[in-house]
Design a protein around this ligand. Structure first.
Ligand SMILES: [Ca+2]
Length: 340
């Protein structure tokens, strides 16, 4: 709330309560839930601190700044600073983002609280997904993308995807990696880069995937295999339309990012997390920074994959696998913890 108030004050100061200079054209705006979208031009900030928009039919509307997604708020800040960034993707990266020496890009994920798990009424709810309050007490960096085959080979000296495979590609996600392989990648990358990398906890993963949303997917109640994620689009969910079924992993970042700028959190490949799985864990997990049961047989993997029914790509869906399992649908992304 304080941050929003600060930003509104900043906007008012920057604009002198007036319209923004420079050309404008319509763009797609997304509300904070990621569910509602609208096409409009940015006009300026009103004296009441609201964002004034002009819709394609010529009407104007004023919307509280807090109603917009983080990407939209960044766009507005850039426009008011004089950067004519017409789309969030063209906006300058936030100062807190970073790229490491092998080209892996990271987003700073703020500390915060959220309802981890799934409302009972959500289609596909499982008893081990029950909602509970979780607090992420420390900010962390999360990979914007799944680890690619080129990045994996640079660190480990080998690409586990064989040349004969149709799944091979330097910017495709790495697959055929066990949980210990993913942990070993983090260890070697940490030594190479001089900062600590590790797998995300299940709580960190879901917090970052939801990005402030409470809907089944970070983009809303449904998931499109055309624009949102790589999954089996021939299967529908919540009345969604059928879409393409690529039947293989896509190069990372081929679909729209979530509200916090993370790609492929839904679909493409499932992603190993650091936690063991236990169905009853959510009944007993700590509120602050849960790290999973101390022992187990299966490790968590999140987000669904290119073969998945959309139901298994939900933000709160939990899958688990033996640590030695290698699959063409299972990869990972990493967290960077310490500041350099
Ligand atoms: Ca994924």
């Amino acid at each position: 709330m304080c941050r929003r108030a600060f930003l509104i004050c900043f906007l008012l100061t920057a604009t002198g309560l007036s319209a923004v200079a420079g050309s404008a054209r319509a763009r797609t705006w997304t509300d904070v839930t990621g569910q509602h979208k609208r096409e409009a031009e940015f006009v300026g900030i009103t004296a009441q601190g609201k964002v004034k928009l002009k819709t394609p039919d010529g009407a104007t509307t004023c919307v509280p700044l807090s109603a917009f997604s983080a990407a939209d708020r960044r766009y507005i800040a850039n426009r008011l600073k004089g950067d004519d960034a017409q789309a969030p993707d063209k906006a300058k990266p936030a100062a807190d983002d970073f790229t490491n020496s092998i080209g892996m890009k990271f987003k700073l994920i703020p500390a915060g609280e959220f309802e981890m798990g799934v409302p009972r009424e959500e289609k596909g709810f499982n008893s081990w997904e029950q909602q509970h309050r979780v607090r992420i007490t420390r900010p962390f960096y999360l990979g914007m993308y799944e680890v690619t085959q080129a990045q994996y080979a640079k660190v480990m000296g080998d690409n586990p995807v064989k040349h004969s495979s149709s799944y091979i590609g330097p910017t495709n996600p790495v697959i055929n990696v066990t949980w210990p392989d993913a942990v070993e990648f983090c260890k070697k990358l940490s030594a190479k880069e001089g900062r600590t990398y590790r797998l995300p906890t299940e709580a960190e993963w879901e917090y970052a995937c939801r990005a402030g949303t409470t809907t089944p997917f970070s983009c809303g109640a449904t998931l499109s295999s055309k624009t949102d994620a790589n999954f089996d689009g021939t299967i529908t969910y919540n009345g969604s339309k059928k879409g393409p079924d690529l039947r293989k992993p896509a190069p990372v970042g081929s679909y729209r990012p979530n509200p916090w700028g993370l790609y492929d959190m839904h679909g493409n490949v499932k992603e190993w997390c650091s936690d063991w799985f236990r169905g009853s864990y959510y009944n007993e997990s700590p509120v602050d920074d849960p790290r999973g049961p101390k022992i187990g047989v299966y490790r968590i993997a999140r987000g669904g994959d290119w073969t998945s029914n959309p139901q298994y790509c939900r933000s709160g869906y939990r899958s688990s696998h033996p640590t030695a399992r290698k699959m063409s649908t299972l990869g990972f992304r990493v967290v960077a913890v310490s500041a350099k």
